[in-house]
Design a protein around this ligand. Structure first.
Ligand SMILES: [Zn+2]
Length: 157
């Protein structure tokens, strides 16, 4: 796995280790990771704490207010799952150029590929077995979550 996707995957594993849903993301600009985060919905009860949003928040926390839009412009989001509509909206709003998605078999309900591409964001979809296995580990530990978080459910990622 390429290093930035591996970094996103480590974030997903960190969520799993806290009992959370394993989605991780990093934001990369000019080859450097400027933000990282993982899904914290289970941990916080806050439905906006998706991995991509947390990674953007992390990048923002490291930047002065007036630098942030410049910082995120043309950045790349590496994420372990296909972004939902909310996260795609943030990616579009803040001018990221590219989204690299580790795999789409665990979640791909919202047709955000066409949403992102329609707004000029490049979408690069991979097929990373390790990321799928981490999601399967989650369902093995929390089998009752599978019904609540089926791929057709639009709330998660
Ligand atoms: Zn999301």
């Amino acid at each position: 796995m390429e290093p930035h996707l591996a970094a996103a995957h480590r974030q997903a594993v960190a969520s799993l280790e806290e009992g959370g849903f394993p989605v991780g993301a990093v934001i990369v600009k000019d080859g450097h990771v400027i933000g990282a985060g993982f899904n914290r919905y289970t941990q916080t009860g806050d439905p906006t704490t998706h991995a991509e949003m947390e990674a953007i928040r992390d990048a923002a926390s490291r930047a002065g207010d007036h630098e942030l839009l410049d910082l995120l412009a043309d950045a790349t989001c590496y994420t372990t799952m296909m972004p939902c509509e909310m996260c795609s909206g943030a990616i579009i709003r803040f001018g990221l150029s590219t989204v690299v998605v580790a795999e789409v078999s665990s979640y791909n309900a919202a047709d955000t590929k066409s949403l992102l591409e329609g707004r000029g964001v490049r979408v690069d979809i991979r097929d990373e077995e390790a990321c799928k296995e981490t999601v399967e580990r989650y369902y093995a530990e929390y089998p009752r979550a599978r019904g609540a978080r089926r791929p057709s459910d639009r709330r998660w990622s």
